[in-house]
Design a protein around this ligand. Structure first.
Ligand SMILES: *[C@@H]1O[C@H](CO)[C@@H](O)[C@H](O)[C@H]1NC(C)=O
Ligand SMILES: *[C@@H]1O[C@H](CO)[C@@H](O)[C@H](O)[C@H]1NC(C)=O
Length: 327
């Protein structure tokens, strides 16, 4: 009898919904929100574990999110449902912020300042007004993993109505931005905010960009000053003005990636006192151009476990189906 009821219920559910049953989704969220960074520079310096080992709370409104993010000690925060507002959420150390499938944040951005060990995963963040900073701002922090996020603005608004989607500054270190969809935005992603910040940034800003998808962004995909940046398995589609802007001695390695229907400035240098450098290995420029001098960063210089190169020919089909809020 019990068994029959369960079978009938399950059948009814499967018929009614194309999604996984709720219990299964909760189980997936529980497991994935406990995972440590497993890719790129955020595996260094002792690794990035976020809130693991601490409690888990679920938040459904801006005030609860703000309060949870500033707590002391390790904490996992599950974002549930559609949340709108206007806020710059300060994130304290040892936090994982994980978006449940179907959740979203509109007008609400994160400011990860002078903290360490933070994971931001599976979040969909849109339309954060410039007065609230970036969708995700990482400032003077170490060990941060941004993974499977969907980040966007609105190109119908003015260029400075929004700031960046992921901006990394003030000597931040051991950061990975992976499987993230950057789209419909003016200034996508900035590494190193000023030519005059060599004192903090030179020899710092070790960052990995892996498996990301840039679509219909205007500039900064990303813009890099001073840093050591490994970009792999990335798809740039329909860039409006420019792609990877290498400045102020930045050393960049771009591997196994592809550009499509993009402006002439795929990999270039502009608007700083000094150029940066890039090594390109299996990059399909899709008719666009690389105009920066060849640098020195190679795979053998990377301190972490190799990231599997998917190959430039596979990128245009593989990356759009994995990048974004897809966990
Ligand atoms: C974060 O967690 C680590 C490891 O448990 C601990 O050493 C550190 O003090 C914590 N940081 C803060 C600011 O609580
Ligand atoms: C190519 O990119 C431009 C700039 O983003 C866009 O306006 C246009 O629609 C794209 N064309 C195609 C065929 O995707």
């Amino acid at each position: 009898m019990k068994c029959l009821t369960a079978t009938l219920l399950l059948t009814a559910f499967v018929t009614a919904s194309p999604h996984k049953p709720l219990d299964a989704r909760n189980e997936v969220a529980r497991r994935q929100s406990a995972e440590a960074c497993s890719i790129g520079y955020c595996t260094q310096n002792g690794g990035t574990t976020g809130g693991s080992g601490g409690e888990t709370v679920t938040v459904k409104d801006v005030d609860s999110l703000v309060n949870a993010a500033k707590q002391d000690g390790p904490l996992t925060i599950i974002v549930s449902g559609a949340i709108s507002g206007s806020a710059k959420v300060r994130v304290a150390s040892n936090k994982t912020i994980y978006g449940e499938a179907g959740s979203s944040l509109t007008g609400v951005g994160f400011y990860i300042r002078r903290t360490n060990n933070v994971i931001v995963r599976n979040l969909k963040i849109a339309k954060v007004e410039a007065k609230n900073g970036d969708a995700i701002g990482i400032d003077g922090s170490s060990n941060v993993w941004v993974d499977h996020c969907d980040l966007s603005g609105d190109l119908s608004r003015g260029k400075d109505d929004y700031d960046g989607l992921v901006d990394i500054s003030h000597g931040s270190q051991w950061i990975t931005v992976s499987n993230t969809y950057f789209h419909d935005h003016w200034k996508a992603s900035l590494i190193g905010h000023s030519d005059s910040n060599a004192k903090e940034d030179q020899g710092s800003l070790h960052i990995t960009y892996a498996g990301n998808h840039f679509y219909n962004t205007y500039s900064r995909a990303p813009l890099i000053r001073f840093g050591t940046v490994h970009i792999i398995n990335t798809f740039w589609d329909s860039l409006i003005s420019s792609g990877v802007n290498c400045r102020m001695g930045a050393q960049v390695l771009i591997q196994s990636s592809a550009f499509k229907n993009s402006s002439q400035n795929a990999v270039f240098f502009a608007d700083s006192k000094e150029t940066g450098y890039a090594v390109l290995d299996d990059v399909d420029l899709g008719g666009s151009r690389n105009s920066v001098p060849v640098g020195t960063l190679t795979v053998s210089a990377l301190p972490y476990a190799p990231i599997k190169a998917l190959g430039s020919a596979t990128i245009p089909s593989a990356i759009p189906s994995t990048a974004g809020q897809k966990l």
